[in-house]
Design a protein around this ligand. Structure first.
Ligand code: SF4
Length: 252
């Protein structure tokens, strides 16, 4: 069994200079810093248009066509950091904005559509490795990067990134909110290695505990969810419970 990285065994070498031009409290800075520690110094970055471009690279020098490259099986690791909106341009709704979230262009009822399941779309490409991570669990991210580097073809990472201005919370609560997303079963940490699905880290522990924090606790931490009705929350809770019943059944 692979030894889990702890905060004490995390490499001390830094690949990101001190300071950041991201917003105060942005989860991206954590995922970026720890992810680069796992990748090491012989790494080439390609950055599509996003908040990360304020730190690294600009279109069209640093852009991608992800599905085509994955279908060809090009050998690279793709990190999709999911702040659940077009935050770099003023917090508009995107395909991964969750249902009910208020954004700059869904101001009155929140987003009406479900969040797009991008890791599932990438898994449909039959990749050797797909992972769902969170900036609130950087050691899980580190270990997953290390685990997948020897695998062939395209490897895909989806990283949940709490975003203070886009989600509407005090920057100091980013990690707490990222953890709540996992503890409520709303966002799951997992990896799919050559088609084999496995929950990881705090999500794996939730299967043992069989006790989720009510999703309402997550919603009440962010002003973007202030228009969610009780009926909508009950519907989302039901979907989470059904998903987790599936996880519990697999475990039996
Ligand atoms: S807008 Fe959000 S994701 Fe972008 S840098 Fe600011 S906090 Fe980070």
């Amino acid at each position: 069994m692979q030894v889990k990285t702890t905060i004490l065994s995390l490499p001390t070498e830094e690949f990101v200079h001190p300071g950041t031009r991201a917003c105060t409290g942005c989860g991206l800075a954590i995922a970026y810093r720890v992810g680069l520690k796992a990748l090491g110094k012989d790494t080439m970055l390609v950055v599509p248009p996003s908040c990360l471009t304020v730190l690294q690279g600009l279109f069209p020098v640093a852009s991608t066509a992800l599905s085509g490259a994955a279908e060809r099986g090009d050998n690279f690791i793709y990190f999709c950091y999911d702040n659940e909106g077009y935050m770099n341009t003023g917090a508009q709704r995107s395909g991964t904005t969750p249902i009910g979230a208020i954004t700059a262009n869904t101001p009155f009822k929140g987003k009406l559509q479900q969040k797009k399941d991008v890791p599932a779309i990438m898994a449909a490409h039959k990749l050797s490795y797909v992972a769902a991570c969170s900036a609130a669990y950087p050691l899980d991210l580190f270990d997953k990067i290390k685990n997948c580097m020897h695998l062939p073809g395209t490897k895909y990472f989806h990283i949940h990134i709490p975003c203070p201005p886009g989600w509407g919370y005090d920057p100091r609560y980013g990690i707490k909110i990222g953890r709540l997303a996992v503890e409520t079963g709303y966002y799951d940490l997992y990896e799919i290695v050559n088609g084999e699905f496995k929950l990881t880290a705090a999500s794996e522990k939730l299967v043992e505990k069989r006790k989720l924090v009510p999703v309402q606790e997550y919603f009440r931490t962010q002003s973007r969810f202030r228009l969610l009705t009780d009926a909508q929350i009950a519907d989302i809770q039901q979907k989470i419970d059904e998903k987790w019943a599936g996880y519990y059944n697999k475990d039996e």
